[in-house]
Ligand binder design. Structure first.
Ligand SMILES: Nc1ncnc2c1ncn2[C@@H]1O[C@H](COP(=O)(O)OP(=O)(O)OP(=O)(O)O)[C@@H](O)[C@H]1O
Ligand SMILES: [Mg+2]
Length: 247
């Protein structure tokens, strides 16, 4: 029998269940000028849920995993790399000329950016500012973009005061929705709920929970073949063991 479940990566289509209310809330939010903060422990389904919402509202989206960058320059390069995946080089070329530190970009013959570097600069914040201003400009001219920061709490390790500077950039923008995902609950709460934090109450805060038992048991039962001996028992055993943890 083919495994009827998929785990470890983003799930969609038949592999995705429940989250109806959360999905509606996120879609509504994306149709407003607000930002979203989505917190849950690892592997509760943040990325899958956000991907589904963004797909359904048909908005261009870039996703930045802060666990994958070690410096502010690295983050700026990652933003540009993701933008390059959405827009052809020709369209971006003239916008890049306004960058204060012009990036060096190596591309594949098909125009895909493979490596982006910047000249050494004393203030790496301008790199982020220019990269995010590019996102804002593209959003202003076309469909407004969604920027997802995954494992956002990792930002704090990049540079001292980076949270203050990043907020200063984002808060002037009018055409981009930001989604902040995080799995370190205490750090995320510290960033978004502590009064003295630059990101204090910066968006709508949502906590993702386990999938409700009744919905999950119906879904698992539907996915399992009818030839399964004592299917009901198997479903209950699965849910008892996992305590409805989606992963
Ligand atoms: N709505 C869902 N329906 C069914 N399975 C789900 C759902 N959401 C998550 N899962 C299961 O959990 C796994 C992890 O999902 P996902 O990567 O979206 O979570 P995450 O919270 O972003 O994880 P991480 O903390 O690693 O970033 C999926 O591979 C899938 O097995
Ligand atoms: Mg994720």
């Amino acid at each position: 029998m083919k495994n009827p479940f998929k785990f470890g990566t983003i799930v969609e289509g038949e592999y995705f269940t429940d989250r109806t209310e959360e999905l509606e809330s996120i879609k509504q939010l994306l149709n407003s000028d607000n930002h979203l903060i989505l917190i849950s422990p690892r592997r509760f389904g943040k990325s899958s849920l956000v991907k589904k919402a963004v797909t359904q509202v048909a908005r261009p989206c870039i996703s930045l995993n802060l666990q994958m960058v070690v410096s502010v320059e690295g983050l700026a390069a990652m933003i540009l790399k993701e933008v390059f995946k959405l827009h052809p080089w020709e369209k971006l070329k003239h916008l890049l000329s306004s960058f204060r530190v012009v990036p060096t970009i190596s591309t594949t013959p098909s125009g895909e950016a493979i490596d982006i570097t910047f000249q050494a600069t004393t203030d790496a914040t301008v790199l982020i500012e220019d990269a995010l201003q590019l996102v804002e400009k593209l959003s202003e001219k076309g469909e407004s973009m969604v920027v997802v920061f995954d494992e956002f709490q990792e930002l704090m390790g990049l540079d001292k005061g980076i949270d203050k500077r990043l907020r200063a950039i984002i808060q002037t923008q009018r055409h981009v929705n930001y989604i902040f995902l995080g799995s370190q609950e205490s750090m995320m709460t510290e960033i978004f709920e502590r009064k003295r934090s630059p990101f204090y109450r910066f968006g709508v805060l949502m906590h993702l929970d386990r999938i409700p038992h009744s919905n999950f048991s119906q879904y698992i039962s539907e996915r399992l073949s009818d030839n399964f001996v004592s299917k009901g028992n198997v479903v209950e055993q699965i849910l008892a063991t996992t305590r409805c943890h989606p992963y």
